[in-house]
Design a protein around this ligand. Structure first.
Ligand code: PMP
Ligand code: GLU
Length: 396
């Protein structure tokens, strides 16, 4: 069978692979503590479900929609961007996509020529590098220089070349949970404008920040930065709507129009019923967002001190998203294991605790734990991880 060479270099999403493995074991009746996939564990709020049912029953959801999304949804996104970001966007600046993931995919296809480079701060969400590669580009990884795993202008500048076309900023970060401050983003934004590097601002966790910390969208810092930024966002994380697959890109008209052209040849439109649901998510009561945010904050505050006590785990308290990303170098040393992937595989088979190796996020001495699950599961997982490390340390 003839297959394209592009596929040789593409890896399967390690987050989805880890989540699938855990689900298969759970379906077999195994008592797995599943801290793999990053998705809210709440059902989609009732008002959003009702809007979707009504769209089906009235026949509105039966047909293709406009490629960039139904007018009501683009209007709702414009209103949200005005309210949360203070930005005045028009329809021509917005394309609704099948999840934020496909917004990113389409964006890379539109801006990358062969060998163009995209700066990706480490640790990074698994799909950035793979999507850049599929578009024919080169992911250039930028190591963080701060303790809480953030990059500075110096870090970025050290890796910039005359082939650099874009930089990805993901704050709050998946997997580290780090949140960039206004000052940090201002410096990065001004640098990007000066060097003519497009900012891709993945704001998908923007509404999930904790303990009094603030989310600054980089596009709001100045007019120059705004003009040089494409915002990526969606409904998955804030509204517990991962399965509905609605995201969007917002920014420069030329870029967005090219994205719409590509979507017209790939997906035609995002699923109609999901678009009607997303209109209600954006326009309806926002109380559900705060209820879920508070629940993650409570879990973070309860589980963080427990994870910190796991032998050989080191981490700073994150300020956003719903992940912990401990450095497990010492645990690896204690247990004689080579890297996080070996640790994660053995942990799953011996203790039935499912977590994600840091390897796919660019750090193979780290692991990612999602705390978008109930506190009992989290506590049991921590207890099993502690037992696992102690048992392997003794037998060394
Ligand atoms: N960006 C980041 C950082 C993510 O963690 C995710 C999670 N899936 C996405 C984008 C894509 O979100 P979705 O496609 O579900 O909208
Ligand atoms: N973004 C989530 C995660 O990192 C969902 C899975 C994915 O699309 O990678 O686990």
């Amino acid at each position: 069978m003839k297959l394209s060479k592009r596929m040789d270099t593409l890896g399967t999403s390690i987050t989805l692979k880890a989540a699938h493995k855990a689900r298969v074991l759970i379906a077999e009746g195994k008592d797995v503590m599943n801290l793999t996939v990053g998705e809210p564990d709440f059902p989609t709020p009732k008002n959003i479900q009702t809007a979707a049912i009504s769209a089906i029953e009235t026949g509105k959801a039966s047909y293709y929609t406009a490629t960039p999304g139904i007018p009501q949804l683009r209007q709702a996104i414009e209103n949200r961007l005005k309210l949360i970001y203070g930005l005045d966007m028009k329809d021509e600046n917005i394309v609704v996509t099948d999840g934020a993931k496909f917004a990113l995919y389409t964006l890379f296809q539109v801006i990358i020529d062969p060998e163009d480079e995209v700066l990706i701060p480490v640790p990074y969400w698994v799909s950035y590098s793979e999507q850049v590669k599929v578009a024919g580009g080169v992911p250039v990884f930028v190591q963080p220089s701060t303790e809480d795993l953030k990059v500075t202008v110096d870090d970025l500048e050290a890796m910039r070349s005359n082939k650099t076309v874009a930089v990805i900023i993901n704050s709050p970060s998946n997997p580290s949970g780090a949140v960039y401050s206004y000052e940090e983003l201002k410096a990065i934004g001004e640098w990007a404008v000066e060097k003519n590097v497009l900012i891709i601002s993945d704001d998908i966790y923007g509404r999930l920040v904790y303990n009094g910390n603030n989310f600054t969208p980089i596009a709001t810092i100045s007019d120059e930065i705004y003009k040089n930024t494409v915002i990526i966002n969606g409904v998955s994380k804030a509204y517990s709507m991962t399965g509905w697959r609605i995201g969007f890109a917002a920014g420069n008209k030329e870029i967005i129009q090219q994205m719409i052209k590509l979507c017209s040849q790939s997906t035609s439109n995002p699923t109609a019923v999901s678009q009607f649901a997303a209109v209600e998510a954006f326009n309806g009561s926002q109380d559900c967002v705060e209820v879920m945010r508070q629940a993650y904050e409570d879990r973070l505050n309860e589980i963080f001190p427990i994870v910190k006590e796991i032998p050989g785990f080191k981490l700073q308290k994150p300020h956003g998203a719903f992940y912990l990303f401990p450095d497990i170098s010492e645990a690896l040393e204690k247990t004689g294991m080579q890297n996080a992937t070996e640790f994660v595989d053995k942990l799953l088979s011996e203790e039935l605790v499912a977590i994600v190796t840091g390897a796919g996020f660019g750090m193979d001495k780290h692991v990612r734990l999602s705390y978008a699950t109930d506190i009992e599961t989290l506590k049991t997982a921590c207890k099993r991880m502690t037992d696992f490390i102690q048992r392997h340390s003794k037998s060394k």
